[in-house]
Design a binder for this molecule. Sequence first.
Ligand code: GDP
Length: 324
Amino acid sequence: VEKNEPMICVLAGGVGAARFLRGLVREVDPASVTAVVNTGDDTILHGLRISPDLDTVTYTLADAIDPVRQWGLRDESWNMLEALRRYEGRRPQGSSAASTWFGLGDRDLATHLYRTARLAEGALLSDITTEIAQAWGVGISIVPMTNDRVETMVDVLDDGDVRRITFQEYFVRHRHAVPIRGVDFVGATEAVPACLEVLASAETIVIAPSNPIVSIGPIRALDGVDRVLRDRRDHVVAVSPIIAGGTVKGPADRMMAELGLEASVTGVARLYAEICGTLIIDERDAHLRDDVERAGLRCIVTDTMMDDVGVAARLARTAIDATS
Ligand code: GDP
């Protein structure tokens, strides 16, 4: 990094953040960028540690993500998953062996094997994440929010009863088609955040357009994170993941509504008002600018739909300019 290249930190979930980062690295030296990535979605399946948001960010920046699915690798094959089905019908009641509800491509599997083997050797998730990112030729620093285990649990309504399931069970197994009553980040208060230094020193902190509840929420739940963000509020800029009252993808809008929040840029503004000085909203929400400002944030209106990497790059430039 050149001496005067300002450092940029991006708080990240999966797809929305990855798309933003792909634009950002067009605008600035990738070496000046650190992505602090949610690991509350991490899960263990088949004994393997799976970190979906870390992998989405890595694969996207490596230009290896499947462009249609938006998760996993392109040109993937699924032989392992097919072969597992043989055992699925034989597993005893109560066993979760050979579960096939979670998509694991053959080539993707290599990443989970590597991560799991390194963890078993005692390596830190942050070091392993760097090794994986470098193996994919990714130029930014990708940092898991903590090296400790934090597990996002979702309380869902099931036949009138509230039942607690893991985030991946909610998101993948139930295709987020069940109403939620609450979320809990188990382990977050004891976990040591791996991001306080970068948050304290970055010139710009971007809250990526990620699910505010289950992607940004777990990072904020770590001890000290909200405190640093509050202190540095003028350096913090968020991009709304909600456009015209809905999401580009995923259940953020429904989750917000089910938790009693307004599923709109105004709802996002209220969630972030204490920790963030500026909210960037989409042109389709231009009429809500005053509401955002009433919630206490500066508001910038621009094109935020990052289907095109050029839009993502311009959005990244807007975010940087908002904080300098
Ligand atoms: P995950 O990939 O499902 O883990 O989800 P993320 O935490 O990245 O969040 C998904 C959120 O990103 C959804 O609320 C989407 O609306 C938002 N998102 C995805 N792509 C874009 C985009 O191009 N622009 C904006 N503004 N939001 C986006």
